[in-house]
Design a protein. Sequence first.
Lengths: 164, 164, 164, 164, 164, 164, 164, 164
Amino acid sequence: MTQVIIFMGSDSDFDYMEAAIEELDKCGITYEVFVASAHRTPERVKKLITESEENGAEVIIAGAGGAAHLAGVIASHTILPVIGVPLPTLGLGGADALLATVQMPRGIPVATVGMGNSANSALLAIQIIALHNEKAKKYMENYRLQLKEKVIKKHNNVIKRMNK
Amino acid sequence: MTQVIIFMGSDSDFDYMEAAIEELDKCGITYEVFVASAHRTPERVKKLITESEENGAEVIIAGAGGAAHLAGVIASHTILPVIGVPLPTLGLGGADALLATVQMPRGIPVATVGMGNSANSALLAIQIIALHNEKAKKYMENYRLQLKEKVIKKHNNVIKRMNK
Amino acid sequence: MTQVIIFMGSDSDFDYMEAAIEELDKCGITYEVFVASAHRTPERVKKLITESEENGAEVIIAGAGGAAHLAGVIASHTILPVIGVPLPTLGLGGADALLATVQMPRGIPVATVGMGNSANSALLAIQIIALHNEKAKKYMENYRLQLKEKVIKKHNNVIKRMNK
Amino acid sequence: MTQVIIFMGSDSDFDYMEAAIEELDKCGITYEVFVASAHRTPERVKKLITESEENGAEVIIAGAGGAAHLAGVIASHTILPVIGVPLPTLGLGGADALLATVQMPRGIPVATVGMGNSANSALLAIQIIALHNEKAKKYMENYRLQLKEKVIKKHNNVIKRMNK
Amino acid sequence: MTQVIIFMGSDSDFDYMEAAIEELDKCGITYEVFVASAHRTPERVKKLITESEENGAEVIIAGAGGAAHLAGVIASHTILPVIGVPLPTLGLGGADALLATVQMPRGIPVATVGMGNSANSALLAIQIIALHNEKAKKYMENYRLQLKEKVIKKHNNVIKRMNK
Amino acid sequence: MTQVIIFMGSDSDFDYMEAAIEELDKCGITYEVFVASAHRTPERVKKLITESEENGAEVIIAGAGGAAHLAGVIASHTILPVIGVPLPTLGLGGADALLATVQMPRGIPVATVGMGNSANSALLAIQIIALHNEKAKKYMENYRLQLKEKVIKKHNNVIKRMNK
Amino acid sequence: MTQVIIFMGSDSDFDYMEAAIEELDKCGITYEVFVASAHRTPERVKKLITESEENGAEVIIAGAGGAAHLAGVIASHTILPVIGVPLPTLGLGGADALLATVQMPRGIPVATVGMGNSANSALLAIQIIALHNEKAKKYMENYRLQLKEKVIKKHNNVIKRMNK
Amino acid sequence: MTQVIIFMGSDSDFDYMEAAIEELDKCGITYEVFVASAHRTPERVKKLITESEENGAEVIIAGAGGAAHLAGVIASHTILPVIGVPLPTLGLGGADALLATVQMPRGIPVATVGMGNSANSALLAIQIIALHNEKAKKYMENYRLQLKEKVIKKHNNVIKRMNK
């Protein structure tokens, strides 16, 4: 069984999407990664979604830039929750990807996270899975505690820099 | 048990958020609605979240306009999935609410849906609940079929208008 | 044989798309109109394109608002020229539709025209058809002459208003 | 006979427009390239268009940045389909070129493609020519198949990177 | 002799451009008004400029909306100072007209004034003419004094409203 | 002694600025209101500031739209805290006023509040005065409690609407 | 007693916030610096504010990027004046932080300064403190004089560069 | 006699404003350059304008970034034509400077040129002066011819690059 499927529109998106993989790895969530294009390989996208559903997938993550249709097209083929990660591009700074991902029509939502913030797409997936998965829930509760500790560490870094 | 909690920043947001209530009603999802402000009543927000968690809430929806902090502040108090609905405002057209909702820092995601599109926040909540709730799953599968039929109806409307 | 296919995402888009129909009618171009949604009825979109191609379609026009994926999804299923008409929406003023239509990835272009300017999508279609269709070519040459005359008419309107 | 004419506003635009030339070369489409400015050499633009039309040109591509009037001015002199390529500039990131290219008035359409995406302008030109040119049609059908293969290659790149 | 030429792209622009006429009238500046389109009647634009120059025109004002090329195209045909008035449009709120007017390439400046602010285009024209026209100079000096008095009037209006 | 000075650029700004007056009235803060323009009456602005300082003014509020220089110009003439209220305008929705108010150079800050939100400018003024004025401090502490009660009232409004 | 509290959302914000520290140091204002996150450590934020108030804090400065809720969340816990510094981020260039900081709802103002301009946040704090602190007032009066001298220095730099 | 006065807000603006100086030098126009800040040295700005007017100045150029008030403040002190050059800044890409320069209120126009395009500010100044100065007129007529030749040169550069 694969719990999360990660789609990205191109191999050049991997630098942005790697953080999602790291977060899922830390939590012990199983996942698969596919490069697939809403426009260049529409059938492949559809086929991979069907197979993923049969394989027990619970959440789908999709990262894309430009006229980022990937998350929306995936959402049109499944009722699994689909999380969209808009990726920045030269020139328009990612406003295109953000709007093309979030402004979905009534009936087909995409759960959009921040620009290039694939880590948050993975954490949102874990939070969704945690509703029926005790291990994921424990992980997230602990994750939040660590988050607080990291802030203290960062605070100490600043105090050190000020004392130099 | 209440499955979904709907927060809104003001009673004037109700016109936008009513569609979420309608969608949850149709699916038979239990919900509660609270007006609460991230800035004016921060303690109330926190208390309502704790009570909701104890009450079995699975998903939280938050609609707000302007510097829309509500969804983000809620997300900081819980590991339940939080869905943000940016609401349009005069002048800047809702760009403020969209960016203030979606651009959350690493660690605390908000699942953002389209501008004023509270119907999609409810549908996303149902899709999340459907992962462990057979009735919700059936509902969504049927919903998507109806969506297709509605498109055919709209097509027929256009053909009628053209034939006039 | 149907020369041009006009897609729109909803019957509410008809008010914007009607001008395209008028322009095609004046030129005597044959066309069909379909309401179809990239997200709600992806299979229907694909099937209509295949049938249109078999039916001899030469150009496809697609008008949509919000995260306007319709033109891009159509373009992914055909090598016919696809013309996208971004439609304005409340709040973000249509910037979402413009960017989601025009910023297509390398390999799958959409010929985008101005915000809500479906008349221009029809005229562009006629200009494309005119490359191998003498009647359409004559029509466009004449259309441009009339355009010049209309400007003179508008000039006279202003002079009249000034003389009041 | 020259099938496609490529205009650019300055020699500094060549880095962006080179991809169009490459795509036309691969397809065996004949083309000519001109640097010409809508504002600095308006007569030259007009003269080149007239000569191109006499020479059998079928599609005109125009790339420009800033207040990018080049495509629109060309479109005002011909009924050949004109494809506009907005080019990014410092500061405003190309929003100026996008809007100045796409927002043409009723009567004079410019088929606008994505920011700096001259490859897509060439592919759109080939798709238009393919309507009456069997060789171009075959090329595009094959191009789309290759596009699908490239996505598989990119997928394999990502899998390799993940296995490192 | 006609001192100022006012161009507008359409008769529907007259509502915005009327304020320019009023300001010129008050100062006693001679002017002519033309509806002419950079795209629909490029030759007419050029011809009118040549005639205006022969007729002694000193400043040209051009108001246009959308991909507002009118001022720029005029500027390419003359070395008279050209003042551009971007006009607001539905959807994008006039950002298209502003950027298409102001972002001219090196060599061909357009003196751009605020959105729909044709009064300021006339005042700028008068300020330019005032450099060699004592009557216009006197008018402007007096105009500024009146401007100060108007502010006092507006102040009194507010005080009255507060005392109600 | 006058504690707060309210400037506005025009009498038409009064509709937006009235809320500031109401808030100051409720708290019992003394104030004066002036219409004055940074551009039309620069000397008047300077003179009023000097008089206000001599009169004991503690905080200055300035509301303006368009290229909103008023707050910045006031700030250049005084070291009293200056609060800027950007006012929305047609077309660009107030983005011009927001940026022209907030993006002040190093050395001359303007404390900018939200679009058209003059109530907040008054409340910020009271919070500043409360640092050395016990009555104002008490007022603000009570104001915040009332704010919480208003949220409960709004909550009850929504519950009532839902029960209809 | 600590007069000013500086919050920042992360240690990576220190590069932007350092200028505030420098300005406070020069004036001899006492301050404390905390890294604290509105979302990751909401309780810590609240606790630090309470302690700061007991410690005599007069002004709070908060710098944050992205969906910058920090200043707003702080403002919801105190009636001390809160100054927000929006920090730029990749992609959207800081528009997210600016809007999320400035567009606060009625009742809870944040005094927003320019993008990344933490120096101005410190100067605004000093101007506020100067209302009841003669030393700070003297400092600001002198600071403004020095500002004028710096402009003369910069003028001389330009003249030197021109004479090379 | 000095024909043109160039103001800039800071010595760091010189890199952008140098092109204006070059263009004036080539034409033999006399000019003076001042660093002066609308906010830091308002009196100096006013004094320099008065002196410039007495000295025979005909046109004033002002370049500034951020909340670029410099051109507007200058325009409020003189009836000479004032040309504004918005300069780009980090983060918001110069949109702040563009809007703060161009959106002047009725009565006080600023002739705004493109982002950082100080060359065009000088050329516009020369075009204005050419109305009563035969030497400047000859220069501009010749300049335009050279502009055409430069386009041919750029064309040849592209042809050379293509033949490599």
